[in-house]
Design a protein around this ligand. Structure first.
Ligand code: ATP
Length: 536
């Protein structure tokens, strides 16, 4: 599937718009249109229902070491600034960037791909800014820089495969041809750039009043751990779920909504006994993959990738990413949909004791030059006492952290299909159809009178009103019925219900299935129960 087709369908049919588009848009910000908002809400609701309200607290689900409870939270976006100092985000939530002195552009230095090439005694590292056909673009740029023609391509000796600028020693930056530069050596050394959006709370506006828009929802859960334990009767193991907006001032937002500056997360912090934490980590990896495949993300485009030792954060005992082969990525590449991390007791301890660092394989409170904690924790006791065994311990945490917008984008990519279907005259035509799982489809059914006369609209409107009590359904009487079907196929509506001449005589209607294109007749009185079964 070509990404441009999906992007244009999203705009044309109202799934996604650029934010503030009439003013030229704002890079990294996106709005959901009338269809998009329903799709994203359905995805979030499916997550909340499957993870929280629909979870059976009484029995161990398949693969889980034992039964567990799940509760929810909804925390503020702006929190006490100390939260981010103790969590490590204030010091460490950085991406490295490089600036180009010639083009004045800024890049995330691990996202600048390039290749070493040698020609006629000169060795240089040629980079590219394009997403597709990167090697061809690099060759083209190398030839152009060296004043060679396409037919001289054999004069180029490639010294490396495609590698990231991050792999190049900054002392070699004099030999780098930047992604948008015409001369060598225009990139600055990499510098840290903190991704948190800063804001000021209150009218005084001093630096002491600086606060941050949360870059993740997780910290709101950790700082409320004690509140939840004290106000409910949850016992470890249990999970706390939260979904909501997060903000990251990404250096290079790109790939449609994949990397945005404002986005929504769906996060669970699962608290368990340290001894059983490895089993819980396994459980949550499998549980979360199953959630995506149950909603029809195809397993051959989805993978679970365990991080290598070098990739792990200093506190993590294991992290896996659920990744999807987004169509805007090169063949064989995958993009992260969700991370599942075993975080040990890092987070609760950080908020008790202060910001932690790893020293000789241990987590210790980081000290400032005065020998005191660099960032002091809350001092509150966030340990847990098991009232059956009387054991007191700091729970370990397993964190499945998903992005609602990345999920929505993956479901959009997966759903997009082009197939052949007969038009009104019976001739085969290419049809664009969004094959969403019925649970997440924005509109569940459309109701049409075949023609706008002979009492058909009245019957169709009655059916529409009855179904509307339970589902988001759509009524349409404009234009040829074939065109109306096509519009619903593009919106991903699983069923179309048509009232025709026969309906007036025998009180039946046809139901058409979006994917198989099968049509069958159902009594008007049975339409609701039929849909109920098929949408379940
Ligand atoms: P990436 O490596 O792609 O920047 P990350 O590893 O920093 O992602 P996490 O901090 O693990 O991401 O965040 C959890 C989830 O939040 C991600 O799996 C993703 O679905 C979502 N997410 C993170 N950053 C963004 C973003 N800029 N835009 C949209 N979704 C995001």
């Amino acid at each position: 599937m070509e990404m441009e087709k999906l992007v244009s369908l999203c705009k044309r049919r109202g799934f996604l718009f650029q934010s503030s588009e009439i003013y030229g848009g704002l890079n990294g910000f996106w709005d959901y249109g009338p269809l998009g908002v329903e799709l994203k809400r359905n995805i979030k609701e499916a997550w909340w229902r499957d993870m929280v309200t629909g979870h059976d607290d009484l029995a161990a689900p398949p693969g889980a070491p034992e039964a567990y409870e799940m509760v929810g939270l909804d925390c503020t976006i702006i929190m006490h600034p100390q939260v981010w100092k103790c969590s490590g985000h204030y010091d460490l939530f950085v991406d490295k960037m490089v600036d180009c002195k010639e083009s004045k552009k800024r890049y995330r230095y691990d996202q600048v791909p390039g290749r070493w090439v040698e020609s006629r005694g000169q060795k240089l590292f040629v980079t590219t800014s394009v997403e597709e056909n990167q090697e061809a673009d690099i060759e083209h740029r190398a030839l152009k820089f060296l004043n060679l023609r396409a037919k001289d391509a054999a004069d180029l000796t490639w010294q490396s495969p495609l590698i990231s600028l991050a792999k190049i020693d900054p002392s070699d930056y004099g030999k780098v041809l930047g992604p948008d530069a015409k001369s060598l050596g225009t990139l600055t050394d990499p510098r840290d750039f903190n991704l948190m959006f800063k804001t000021i709370v209150g009218a005084l506006g001093t630096e002491e009043d600086a606060a941050f828009l949360r870059p993740e929802t997780a910290q709101g859960i950790f700082v409320n751990f004690k509140n939840v334990c004290d106000s409910t009767r949850v016992r470890v193991p249990f999970g706390i779920a939260q979904m909501g907006k997060s903000f990251r001032n990404e250096i290079t937002p790109k790939n449609f909504t994949f990397r945005s500056r404002e986005f929504e997360q769906m996060e669970i912090e699962f608290f368990c006994h340290p001894k059983s934490s490895p089993q819980w980590y396994q459980y949550w990896r499998d549980r979360r993959v199953k959630w995506y495949t149950d909603l029809w993300l195809a397993s051959d485009r989805l993978r679970l990738r365990e991080h290598d030792k070098e990739e792990l954060s200093h506190y993590s005992c294991g992290t896996s990413d659920i990744e999807y082969a987004f169509p805007f990525l090169a063949a064989g590449e995958f993009g992260e949909l969700e991370g599942i991390a075993h975080r040990g007791d890092f987070d609760l301890r950080s908020h008790m004791e202060g910001k932690l660092v790893a020293r000789d394989g241990q987590l210790v409170v980081e000290q400032g030059p005065d020998g005191k904690p660099k960032w002091k924790g809350s001092g509150k006791d966030l340990s847990y006492r098991d009232d059956l065994t009387n054991e007191r311990f700091i729970p370990h945490v397993i964190e499945p952290s998903a992005g609602a917008d990345r999920g929505t984008l993956a479901f959009l990519c997966e759903a997009y299909c082009e197939d052949q279907a007969p038009d009104e005259k019976g001739e085969m035509q290419t049809r664009v159809v969004m094959k969403f799982h019925p649970r997440i489809a924005p509109v569940k059914a459309a109701v049409f009178p075949l023609v706008k006369k002979e009492g058909m609209p009245e019957v169709a409107q009655d059916i529409y009103r009855a179904l509307k009590q339970r589902w988001h359904v759509f009524y349409d009487e404009k234009g040829a019925v074939g065109r109306r079907y096509r519009r619903q196929d593009e919106a991903g509506t699983p069923f179309c219900i048509t009232v025709d001449g026969q309906s007036l005589q025998d009180k039946t209607v046809t139901i058409r299935d979006r994917d198989s294109l099968k049509q069958w007749r159902v009594k008007i009185d049975d339409v609701e129960s039929e849909l109920g079964q098929r949408l379940a």
